[in-house]
Design a protein around this ligand. Structure first.
Ligand code: SAM
Length: 279
């Protein structure tokens, strides 16, 4: 809230509403007359967010759309924002309660679509991609050092029967990758890669960042919280190279030890903030 300089009467965009934690904080800090445009593509989260925001009726609109559509929507609405926030990736709700196979600790169908209107599921990629395509996916979206070994194991296993569940995939990866020194589960990067590919996460982020400055007021701020280095690199470069933006955070903001203790999922979060140059 402090980096976005949320103030009464301001116009804000939350591109990743989730269960509306940030949206609610923005509506509170911009009371009595601030306005929020929200974007959330998962149907269940969208419904829960609308319920949570009932007390702020009349001060927000939430669209069940990809945030890459936000610049188009705001242009159609003929408004410019004072602040935009993106809090990328999965919510705890999607990991723990959606039943879509995001976690290697649960036995669920290998789906991984955050938006169930998307066509391809994780099981389609796992069972249909060729060996070189699997290697490329694991390298490009997971930076997985054991990409070849994992791809080979997948191709061998699916000759016998298709790989259908998150636990089947996790076991298969555990069979060929040793526990990592970092303490990371052997299947972490495989799951990350699949999820990014299914949801076209890097493409969405790139498209959004290229257009976001067009919907910011001069002096308006854009804050992006990312959870892995692939995303963070895209944000860092976009902020640095866009002449319409000035970087506010020379180094990314990291959570305090206290915050990580309270919320271990915050441990890899990095927030970068940029400001729309005034002209
Ligand atoms: C980390 S959570 C956000 C949590 C939120 N800040 C809160 O306070 O509850 C990310 C959310 O963004 C959504 N999301 C991710 N990528 C999206 C995209 N391209 N378009 C729209 N929503 C997206 C996910 O479905 C998820 O609910």
């Amino acid at each position: 809230m402090a980096f976005l300089r949320v103030k009464p009467g301001g116009i804000y965009v939350d591109g990743t509403v989730g269960l509306a934690g940030h949206s609610e904080a923005i509506l509170k800090a911009s009371a009595p007359d601030g306005f929020l445009y929200g974007f959330e593509w998962d149907e269940v989260s969208y419904g829960l967010a609308l319920k949570r925001l009932v007390p702020y009726e009349g001060r927000f609109r939430i669209f069940r759309l990809n945030f890459s559509e936000a610049p188009r929507v705001l242009k159609e609405e003929k408004v410019l924002a004072d602040g935009i926030v993106l809090d990328l990736g999965l919510s705890s709700f999607l990991i723990e309660a959606s039943g879509r196979g995001f976690s290697f600790r649960r036995d669920e169908p290998l789906d991984m679509r955050m938006d169930e209107r998307l066509k391809l599921r994780a099981r389609d990629l796992i069972n249909r991609l060729s060996y070189p395509q699997l290697v490329e996916l694991l390298r490009n979206y997971g930076e997985e050092p054991a990409a070849k070994r994992i791809a080979k194991a997948i191709v061998e296993a699916r000759k016998k029967k298709p790989i259908e569940t998150s636990l089947e995939l996790a076991r298969l990866v555990e069979g060929v990758v040793r526990r990592r020194r970092s303490g990371q589960h052997p299947a972490t990067l495989t799951f990350q890669a699949l999820r990014i590919a299914v949801n076209r996460e890097l493409e969405n982020l790139g498209k959004f960042l290229a257009e976001a400055p067009e919907i910011l007021k001069p002096g308006g701020r854009l804050a992006v919280i990312s959870f892995h280095s692939l995303e963070d690199r895209i944000v860092k470069r976009a902020f640095r190279e866009d002449p319409r933006l000035e970087v506010v955070t020379k180094k990314p903001i990291r959570p305090s030890t206290e915050e990580v203790r309270r919320n271990p999922r915050a441990r890899s979060a990095r927030m970068r903030v940029a400001e729309r140059c005034g002209l």
